[in-house]
Design a protein around this ligand. Sequence first.
Ligand code: SER
Length: 318
Amino acid sequence: MSKPTILVTGAGGQIGTVLTNSLRKKYGSDQVIATDIRPTNEPDGIFEQLDIMDKDRLTQVIQDYNITQIYHLVAILSANGEKNPLRTWQINMDSLFHVLEAARIHKIERIFFPSSIATFGPNAPAFNTPQLSYLDPTTVYGISKVAAENWCNYYFLKYGLDIRSLRYPGIISYQSAAGGGTTDYAVDIFHAALEKGRFSCFLKSDTKLPMIYMEDAVRATIDLMEAPSEQITIRTSYNLTGLSFTPAEIADEIKKHIPNFTIEYHPDFRQAIADSWPASIDDSMAQKDWGWRPIFDLAKMTSEMLMQLKKSSVNQKA
Ligand code: SER
């Protein structure tokens, strides 16, 4: 395959910020067109402002840059989605249809679509949730991801569109903030620990959720996109995980670095969302099909997060 020319939607989001950088390092700065509804800080890359609900503008950008691959990251996440369910459905689904149709018409070679552990609901097994589980999500975000996975599979079967997808667990990153999700506490806790030495958690102490460190998540994404087509046996979305932990477990790990750190638990509406999701995920299909292996466990991720956040606060002050 020749060098791709990539369009990233939602490039200013938690994943987009880091993934765009990694794609630029891999394929060259000029090969990656970052787009977002809001201007982002793009010191050394091409940026186009794009409201993904405007499909004519999407077409224009695809044509202007001869795009061959799309990473479609725009979405309203689980917690924010509950504030306006119909609007969430509209944005998450219409944006996907705009991308799928543009990809079909303009013969885009490969598309990446992020799905989520939010596709699972109370009737999927909570531990080592299998790839093929009953999907009865209780959030509008989860419902939109289940529908989207099936539409991706449909475009693959009907039009031969090469769409690949991962069911991301909660993503933990130092480079970018999480926004509007139920797993966000696992990012916020590091900032609070360093800035205040204490954290108020919106989930209960023993709520175990699947997570992944950003470096692993980005590697999984690019590895999936680079895998030969014949290795991709799942065209809805692959289960993916890095590690699983509870708020109490991550707090204990942080205490190894910041002994005076304290945590309080004040569960809110997000507790019910977390309770409907798996505690751990079976990602053996990703392992088997394209060689997925996570690197970051709880200890390695915690020390890396604290080290990187300290470094960036020193740099900001300098
Ligand atoms: N991190 C997402 C959320 O919490 C799950 O995909 O909404």
